[in-house]
Design a protein around this ligand. Structure first.
Ligand code: GLC
Length: 565
């Protein structure tokens, strides 16, 4: 495997709308981000991914772009963006923009022109398709519910939208459209971007015959995913895009890819893959129900461990995956992946330990570093997210009570991760002097950056230590390139693995006890050093372990050990 500049980096996702508001309008902005670069540098962050900051009507919170060359007014100006790039560069940090090119906003000039002339040039930028027997061209259900087709006014045609109707899909078959996208991508790369996080990209290839599928819900529709799964040839688009844009730069790309076909990983993230990396969503897919949030599968520790281990082994020797606990589309990991008895600082640190040393590039989502949690709402009107509203409706339609439907939202809503960042215990958690666009999580008086800055044993301090260890000159090599080898898999409460240098130089054992009871694990090799523990003092643990040849792990304890190879 070729070594790349991003392999040993730690990344951080900023959701700009909820990060920090500098001008009191209740919406986070670029100036807020600039003012926290030192905070991120201190944490040990190298790469920053900004969720979309382009001009947008915000129907899907910026994932509906109406001008790819403009910064949303709410967030600031292009001058401020340039300043952000320069300030990041000064600190040797790298900025990624979110690239949303499966679709744009219905307010984008291209779509407006297409509506004006449905037979004209711009209609070719989209999928304007003749209806069948006075109905939609096919029975696709969009990702956000309802038909994926919307009537083009004044015609018998429909346009395709795999997400909201305000997000018309772009027609990648059209070389003119591709050229426009590539021109735009290069324009941003030339500004000094380090690369892109690439949104929903697996969807860009369509089967232009738009076949209908067997309905999979009571609405008589079939998920549009079916078409994505069946159609061939999306890789050719990725290669074309790469050759015309980021392939010419030493850029970093992380793609959001669901529904990859089997055995395709080398094509995606191998040495000459389409992308630098793709997110590992295996843990998130594990709990997905077949219909929606209301039939989510319960979280089972051993299943979770199994899918992560399988994914680690799959990537090994091929390329790097981007590891996540949460992001702006997922609930908070501290609420999802921890049993109730572990939903505290110790448990959150355990989860962080397990995650940080996995093979791949860690992506931390804003607030994860202080252990932010899911947020309970008492009524659906308190949610903003388009997908949450759809899932709530679906739950009710499937016969759930209002309470049960709300509980599904509490457990799964994308708004869980979108509540404002908790900077301090004062008014609005220090996020804004105005009225926050989305209500805060009420636990901000307890969980916030300022309070955790003061404590050496806080989650924040612990994240700093973990990252420092991962990047330390002594352990960087093994924790970046070391082979991943699972350990103690026969236990149903231990999450443990090794990272082993190929040259036999070092062996690190990461072990965590997710169980309720204390347990002891025998050390199969001689202990050299306890590198970190979330409970107790490292040197005391080390002395005891050296004496007994075992490591005692309390409930929710996690350690990283250097052992003899
Ligand atoms: C991706 C984004 C999500 C968005 C969707 C449509 O999944 O992460 O937030 O709603 O694409 O752009």
């Amino acid at each position: 495997m070729k070594r790349k500049w991003w392999h040993d980096k730690v990344a951080y996702q900023i959701y700009p709308k909820s990060f920090l508001d500098s001008d009191g309008d209740g919406i986070g902005d670029l100036r807020g981000i600039i003012s926290k670069l030192d905070y991120l540098k201190d944490l040990g962050i190298d790469i920053i991914w900004l969720s979309p900051i382009y001009q947008s009507p915000f129907v899907d919170q910026g994932y509906d772009i109406s001008d790819y060359y403009k910064i949303a007014e709410e967030f600031g100006t292009m001058e401020e963006f340039d300043e952000l790039l320069a300030e990041a560069k000064k600190r040797e940090m790298f900025i990624l923009m979110d690239l949303v090119v499966n679709h744009c906003s219905d307010k984008h000039e291209w779509f407006q022109k297409a509506l004006e002339d449905p037979e004209g040039e711009y209609a070719q930028y989209f999928h304007f398709v003749q209806g069948k027997d006075g109905k939609e061209p096919s029975n696709y259900r969009s990702y956000f519910g309802g038909s994926a087709w919307e009537k083009v006014p004044g015609t018998e045609k429909y346009y395709l939208h795999m997400f909201a109707k305000e997000q018309p899909d772009l027609n990648w078959e059209n070389p003119k459209l591709r050229d426009e996208i590539y021109k735009m991508m290069n324009w941003w790369l030339d500004k000094g971007l380090a690369g892109f996080r690439i949104d929903a990209i697996i969807n860009i290839k369509k089967d232009l015959s738009f076949p209908s599928f067997e309905p999979d819900g009571t609405d008589g529709l079939a998920s549009c995913v079916k078409m994505v799964e069946e159609v061939q040839g999306v890789g050719e688009y990725f290669e074309d895009m790469k050759a015309h844009t980021y392939g010419k730069y030493d850029a970093f790309t992380v793609a959001e890819v669901f529904n990859m076909k089997q055995d395709e990983l080398p094509e995606f993230i191998g040495d000459n893959g389409h992308f630098s990396t793709i997110f590992d969503f295996s843990a998130h897919e594990l709990v997905q129900g077949s219909h929606g949030w209301y039939d989510s599968r319960p979280f089972v520790f051993t299943d979770w461990r199994d899918v992560i281990f399988a994914s680690q082994k799959e990537a090994q020797g091929i390329g790097f995956k981007a590891n996540i606990i949460e992001n702006h589309d997922e609930p908070r990991g501290a609420s999802r992946f921890l049993p109730e008895y572990a939903q505290n600082e110790t448990g959150v640190k355990m989860l962080a330990t397990t995650f940080m040393f996995l093979y791949g590039i860690p992506f931390i989502y804003q607030g994860q570093e202080i252990g932010m949690t899911n947020c309970r709402r008492s009524d659906i009107s308190q949610y903003d997210d388009i997908s949450t509203k759809d899932q709530y409706r679906e739950a009710l339609q499937a016969g759930c009570t209002r309470e049960k439907a709300l509980e599904c939202c509490y457990e799964n809503s994308r708004d869980n991760a979108r509540t404002p960042m908790q900077w301090n215990g004062g008014k609005n958690a220090g996020f804004t002097s105005g009225t926050p666009w989305l209500a805060l999580n009420s636990d901000y008086r307890k969980i916030n950056v300022e309070e955790q800055e003061k404590r050496d044993d806080s989650v924040l301090s612990y994240y700093r230590k973990l990252i420092a260890l991962k990047k330390s000159s002594e352990f960087k090599e093994v924790l970046t390139y070391g082979r991943f080898v699972p350990e103690y898999e026969d236990s149903d409460s231990i999450f443990a693995y090794h990272r082993i240098r190929e040259d036999g130089g070092q062996n690190i054992l990461v072990a965590a006890n997710y169980g309720k009871e204390t347990c002891e694990i025998p050390l199969k090799r001689e202990l050299i050093k306890v590198l970190i523990s979330n409970i107790g003092e490292e040197d005391v643990i080390e002395r005891e372990a050296k004496k007994s040849g075992k490591i005692k792990l309390n409930s929710c304890q996690a350690v990283a050990l250097e052992i003899k190879e």
